[in-house]
Structures are given as structure tokens and as C-alpha cells.
Ligand binder design. Structure first.
Ligand code: HEM
Length: 471
């Protein structure tokens, strides 16, 4: 068994891949192509040629072997493919037999185990319910607008207070924790309406859970595990209480509110999910996932936007002029959002340069043909989005210049491949929260620009690094 797993199987897969001309390092048991740590010295300010810095190993492999090559994660072969068309083909899943990678660590499942982890029937059912809740039309009209702006207003107020306490008219703010609070508040209010305080408690518990999972490494003590189970139980019991209250109110005829929870529950009251559990059970799982997703990636998008607008003040001025022209100093209204051309272009350019998810991964569950190669079962396909977004063949010679106006005619005209911009993925598993997050980001950027001018602190160092997501 062990011989097969560690030697016979990897060698068999290696032979199949090599026979088709795929280059890369030969298999050696007990070794992995572990990501190399970033160089110590930071990058020059204003430089966005980040691929060699963030993924040096991958960069080296592409230089040495070309755009398709094999590396090894223990006994599992990973074929890296740097190709926008093939990436879309895999993500679309039309021809091939690809599945998402399964979460290996049991502990991580304590944190979140919702839609991104599901496959088959269960995924179809959950995707339908969540898709409905996150649909743009619902987000637009809803009572969510005040929820978004209240969270942003609190951030603005906090910063104003810091500013007022400094007589010199400026203050230094660490934007990362600030945007974490903002994103946490936004999802709490939009998901649970009035129960956002309970939501904050969930976020505090989730943060503790993340810290414990990170600290646990490969080993965890029994008291540590017990605490993690306690955290999980507390999160679930808060959610159970919120959901039960909401379902009771709805059964008693409460008009449907436009918080995400109502939208998730409303068409499914009394139904049963793929595992035979009530919809409330499914909703707990998906609410946990929503919290986690909302506090993981949106804060980094906002932080990078602040950094890039500080590095390129001419774009900060242009964006501010647009925002003040549309809304003055008043609270931004939904109607004006579709006319935010400059702000939208800036967010797209930030997502192109610094996409939070820098690569997609899928695994073949059956023999699959892709780009003229036949992949046997059990091969991981890695599609490095970061390299696609920084490819001069796609984006032109100015690929590393901050030029939001490349998106002036829309995403499809920004490069010579109309679908090479993939920060939210592609195909049936495309990010369900993309409208939500862009809405949140636009609201936050507008309100910050209305009230503040900003620049990088003298202590800022430009050292992007990938720790599950790009920071
Ligand atoms: C800047 C912010 C975000 C980025 C860049 C982002 C990016 C992505 C990407 C690339 C995927 C596809 C992954 C894959 O196919 O392997 C994805 C999936 C997903 N995202 Fe996001 N995301 C963001 C925010 C959010 C938010 C705020 C939520 C929810 C509140 C969310 C919920 C999801 C879900 C549920 C999936 C899985 C969909 C499925 O498997 O059917 N995301 N996201």
C-alpha cells in the first residue's frame, strides 16, 4: 500500500507525463517543491512586476521549462499550466474531468466547510440557494444599502476622530485591521440585519479559530482541540438561534427583509438539503462560509487599492473628482454606482495586479485530455492567475504599469484576450460574492475619497507575499 502510494503510483504517473514531453523535476520520494520564501529586501515602491518576487519558484520553472511543467507535492504530481484559454477550459469543466482539491486538514473543516468545498448534487442545491441570495438585483434594491454605508460611515468616523486628535492635520492609520473591521461589519449587517452584534461575536470566534489552526502546524494538543470544538459549537449555536428567530418571524408572516439570511431561507423554508438535513442546517454551514469569505479577501482588495492610489496620486485625484462630481459629500446612492467609471477601472486594475487568489487548482478524477496532453487520474492542475494577469503577451508591453484606463472600454477590451481577467474565477464555480464585494469596495472607496487624501506612511515597505491569499 505504502509502496504503491509513495513509489509505484507516482513513478507511473511520471512516466505517463514524461512520455508526452512534459518537462519538470523528476519525482523523489519525501520531497516537495515547497514555495520559496520571499526575498528579504522589499520591492521598489511603485514597482508592480511582482511575479518573480511573490512566486520565485514558479517564475524560475516557467523560465526554465516553459509554460507547462511538472512539479511534485510529495507523491502528487502538479502540472502548472500558464495559459488563459486552457485555464478557462478547466474552470468551465465542460470537457474534462476535474474536481476541486479536497481539504486535507480536519481542523480546517472546523472553520468553514460550505459551498466552495461541495461537489455534485449538494453543490447544485447550495449554489442555487446562495446564488439567489447574492443576486445583484437583490443586493441593489435591498435594505442592504444602508447596511453597507453604515459600516463605511463608522470607518470614516473613526478616521476623522484620529485626524482630529492630531493638530498637524494628518494621522497614520494601519488600514489592514481597519478594513477587516469594515468587512466584518458589512457582512454582519447585510447577513443578519439587526443581529450584527451577534455577527461580530462570530467573527471574533472565527479569528481565534484561524489563529489556532495556523499555530497548530501538524500537531495539536488535546486542550487545544477541545477549545476549537468549543469555538465551533458556540458559533453554531449563535447561528442556530439567529436562524430559528428568523424562521419563526417569517412563518408568522414577517415581510421578507433583504438581508442575506432572509434571502437564503425564504424560498426553502421547510425543505431538506442533499444530506437530508433541514435548510436551517445547511444555512448554518453557508453562513459560516460567508463570514469567512467576507473577512478573508475583501480587506486585502481594499488595502491594495489604498496602496496603489497612494503610489499613483494622479489616479487618486481623478477618482476623487469623479466621486465628488457624482455624489458631492453626500452618502453615495446606488443609482450613481453604475456611473463610477474611474473607480471601477481602478478596482479592476488593482485586481489584475494583486488578485487575492493567485492560482486555481483542480485535480483529475478520470483520465482527461487538455491542450493536446492526456492527464491520468490524480494529477493536480495548477493555473497561476497571477502569471496570466502579468503576461505581456496578453496585456501588452505596459503590463507592469498602473494603467486603469486599459479597462476604459470594459473588461473584454482591456487586453488581446477578452477573457483573461479572472480575479473571481470562471465557469460554474465563479465567485458567488463578486457583486457583493465590488459593491462594498465601491462604497468604501467613495466614502474614503470624499473625506480624506492619503499617501503611504514612511514606514511602508512594498513586499507583497502569498499566504493562501496575496497580502
Ligand atoms: C475580493 C474578494 C474576492 C475574491 C477575489 C474572490 C475570488 C474567488 C475565486 C477566484 C473563486 C473561485 C475559486 C475556484 O474556482 O477555485 C471564488 C469562489 C467563491 N467565492 Fe469568492 N472571492 C471574493 C469574495 C467573496 C465573498 C465576499 C464571498 C461571500 C460572501 C465569496 C464567496 C465565494 C464562494 C461561495 C465561492 C465558491 C463558489 C462555488 O464553488 O460554487 N467570495 N471566489
Amino acid at each position: 500500500m505504502l509502496l504503491d502510494r509513495l513509489w509505484l503510483r507516482p513513478r507511473r504517473l511520471e512516466r505517463v507525463l514524461r512520455a508526452q514531453g512534459l518537462p519538470g523535476r523528476p519525482y523523489r520520494p519525501f520531497t516537495s517543491d515547497a514555495p520559496v520564501k520571499n526575498q528579504q529586501s522589499p520591492m521598489p515602491l511603485g514597482c508592480h512586476d511582482i511575479v518573480p518576487y511573490v512566486v520565485p519558484l514558479l517564475h524560475g520553472a516557467v523560465q526554465e521549462h516553459g509554460r507547462t511543467s511538472v512539479s511534485w507535492n510529495g507523491p502528487v504530481p502538479t502540472v502548472t499550466i500558464v495559459d488563459a484559454r486552457l485555464t478557462r477550459e478547466v474552470m468551465f469543466g465542460k470537457s474534462g474531468h476535474f474536481e476541486k482539491l479536497r481539504r486535507i486538514r480536519v481542523l480546517s473543516r472546523l472553520l468553514t466547510n460550505g459551498l466552495p468545498r461541495h461537489e455534485g448534487e449538494k453543490w447544485v442545491k447550495h449554489r442555487k440557494v446562495l446564488g439567489r441570495a447574492f443576486h445583484l438585483e437583490k443586493l441593489k434594491v435591498s435594505l442592504m444599502l444602508p447596511a453597507f454605508s453604515s459600516s463605511c460611515q463608522e470607518l470614516v468616523t473613526r478616521w476623522m476622530e484620529s485626524l482630529a486628535s492630531n493638530l498637524e492635520g494628518w494621522c497614520e492609520v494601519d488600514v489592514c485591521p481597519e478594513f477587516l473591521i469594515l468587512s466584518a461589519d458589512t457582512i454582519s449587517r447585510t447577513a443578519f440585519g439587526s443581529s450584527y452584534l451577534e455577527g461580530r461575536r462570530i467573527l471574533a470566534l472565527q479569528s481565534e479559530q484561524v489563529d489556532r489552526i495556523k499555530a497548530s502546524g501538524k500537531m495539536i494538543s488535546i486542550p487545544g482541540y477541545i477549545r476549537m470544538r468549543e469555538i465551533n459549537n458556540e458559533i453554531e449555536s449563535i447561528l442556530e438561534g439567529i436562524i430559528a428567530k428568523k424562521m419563526q418571524a417569517m412563518q408568522e408572516g414577517e415581510s421578507i427583509k433583504c438581508d442575506l439570511l432572509s434571502l437564503m431561507l425564504e424560498p426553502n423554508m421547510g425543505k431538506i438539503d442533499g444530506d437530508g438535513r433541514s435548510v436551517a442546517g445547511m444555512t448554518i454551514e453557508e453562513c459560516k462560509m460567508c463570514y469567512f469569505a467576507s473577512t478573508e479577501t475583501p480587506p486585502t482588495l481594499l488595502a491594495w487599492t489604498m496602496v496603489l492610489l497612494s503610489m499613483h496620486p494622479e489616479w487618486q485625484d481623478r477618482a476623487r473628482a469623479e466621486v465628488l462630481g457624482l455624489f458631492g459629500k453626500n452618502q453615495p446612492e446606488y443609482g450613481g454606482f453604475s456611473r463610477l467609471r474611474t473607480v471601477t477601472m481602478i478596482l479592476y486594475e488593482v485586481l489584475r495586479f494583486y488578485p487575492p487568489a493567485i492560482a486555481f487548482h483542480r485535480k483529475t478524477y478520470k483520465e482527461t485530455r487538455l491542450g493536446g496532453i492526456t492527464y491520468p487520474t490524480g494529477v493536480v492542475i495548477e493555473m497561476p492567475l497571477l502569471l496570466i494577469h502579468h503576461d505581456p503577451n496578453i496585456w501588452g508591453v505596459d503590463v507592469h504599469e498602473f494603467r486603469p484606463d486599459r479597462f476604459a472600454e470594459g473588461i473584454s477590451k482591456a487586453s488581446n484576450d477578452p477573457s483573461a481577467f479572472l480575479p473571481f474565477g470562471w465557469g460554474p464555480r465563479i465567485c458567488i460574492g463578486q457583486n457583493f464585494v465590488l459593491f462594498e469596495a465601491k462604497m468604501a472607496v467613495c466614502m474614503i475619497l470624499q473625506h480624506f487624501e492619503f499617501e503611504l506612511a514612511p514606514t511602508y515597505t512594498h513586499a507583497p507575499h502569498n499566504k493562501k491569499i496575496l497580502h
